[in-house]
Design a protein around this ligand. Structure first.
Ligand code: ZN
Length: 384
């Protein structure tokens, strides 16, 4: 198999003109997210939309509607199927009008274990059942049995393939250090913080390589951030900084109340009428060097006023609920955006999904993707 074609690094200019690679740079700001100057909408970019990261895998790639699905094939056949699914994910996002696209996480079985599979010192033959996210649900997790190091690149194939096949800005997601240490067993380091910092260094290695591949935004997924609030302030942000060290591209952190699986729905029911967990961590995130914060807002009991605590950050505003099959209307999306504009400057709002859509029905996820694109477009007209 030959490698992917050379990455197309052009940007899309006004009137949909595709700019040549060199010219595209003129439209990139220093953070490399291309937000300054021309946008494909013309004028000042506003309400550009993106997704948290994952999309459902096609049934020919992996078992549908599962969080830890089994692959349908192996070896070269699997590699080819992952590549095909990645192209479909890009095409579906582009057609839906998503501005900052992802690979849909087609190449990883799970958002954490996809990274861990490429880490030496993590033994997948020694899986143990463990309560994760403060015992919210049980999962079979691998064990750290020795010094950790990367076996090589983790996501080179899908990042380079995606970069070669879309001219949109490309976001790539990695699990955050705190969430990683909460999703495996440790029989070697014996210290959660030390383990997290070790993973942060490995994440940084891969993140720098992804940036070199032409990725515009690197997002760390930290659903553990609203579970261990004290730890976020004590070492969670520091670990994120280590993971993002030296990156010139835009950086983001995704925090949320989890996928729409039953254990999460039951947990949310115990959190009361107002979810104020973010109140404890937003000030620390606002003071951090991470540029963007992705939060769940649609059908969430997060008081939107808390978003005001993220002053100075872009907010990837969750306007699509991933815990229900009911598809939002574009008007629903405008409503969530309008409510957020009371607390976040318009130019800092990026409509997004609440969380990954990996375990959803594919037709529902596709409909929600289209709603997101349409809702963001409608918001651009109505909320100028
Ligand atoms: Zn999430």
């Amino acid at each position: 198999m030959t490698g992917p074609p050379a990455p197309l690094r052009g940007a899309t200019g006004p009137f949909g003109l595709v700019l040549a690679a060199g010219m595209g740079k003129a439209f990139k700001n220093r953070r490399g997210d291309g937000r300054r100057g021309a946008s494909r909408h013309g004028g000042t970019p506003m309400f550009e939309c993106t997704i948290a990261g994952s999309l459902p895998k096609p049934a020919w790639l992996a078992e549908p509607n599962r969080l830890w699905p089994q692959w349908r094939c192996t070896g070269e056949e699997l590699a080819a199927a992952k590549a095909d699914a990645t192209l479909l994910a890009l095409k579906e996002q582009e057609d839906a009008g998503i501005d900052v696209v992802t690979d849909g996480e087609m190449s990883r079985q799970h958002f954490v274990h996809g990274f861990l599979e490429r880490v030496e010192g993590v033994d997948f033959a020694r899986k143990v059942e463990m309560g994760i996210r403060n015992d919210r649900y049980r999962a079979m997790v691998p064990t750290v049995t020795g010094p950790l190091r990367l076996k090589g690149r983790v996501h080179a194939a899908e990042a380079q393939l995606a970069r070669a096949h879309t001219r949109r800005r490309l976001k790539f997601t990695l699990p955050g250090p705190m969430t990683i240490v909460d999703t495996l067993a440790d029989r070697y380091y014996g210290d959660r913080v030390k383990l997290a910092m070790t993973f942060a260094a490995l994440l940084n290695e891969e993140a720098r390589a992804l940036e070199a591949d032409g990725v515009d935004v690197i997002q760390f997924d930290e659903p553990a951030f609203n579970v261990y609030m004290d730890a976020v302030r004590d070492w969670g942000i520091e670990a994120l900084h280590r993971a993002a060290e030296g990156l010139a591209c835009t950086t983001a952190v995704h925090i949320c109340y989890g996928y729409g699986i039953q254990a999460n729905i039951a947990w949310k029911a115990t959190l009361g009428g107002e979810w104020r967990q973010y109140e404890q961590i937003f000030p620390a995130l606002a003071a951090s060097r991470i540029h963007q914060v992705s939060v769940e807002c649609r059908n969430a009991r997060v008081p939107l006023g808390l978003l005001g605590l993220l002053s100075g950050k872009d907010v990837l505003l969750g306007v699509i609920d991933v815990a229900t099959e009911a598809v939002e209307t574009p008007e629903d999306i405008v409503e969530t955006i309008a409510a957020a504009t009371k607390y976040v400057p318009k130019e800092r709002i990026f409509p997004c999904t609440n969380c990954g859509m990996a375990p959803m029905r594919r037709d529902v996820a596709q409909a929600k993707l289209r709603a997101l694109g349409q809702g963001a477009a409608l918001a651009r007209q109505m909320l100028r």
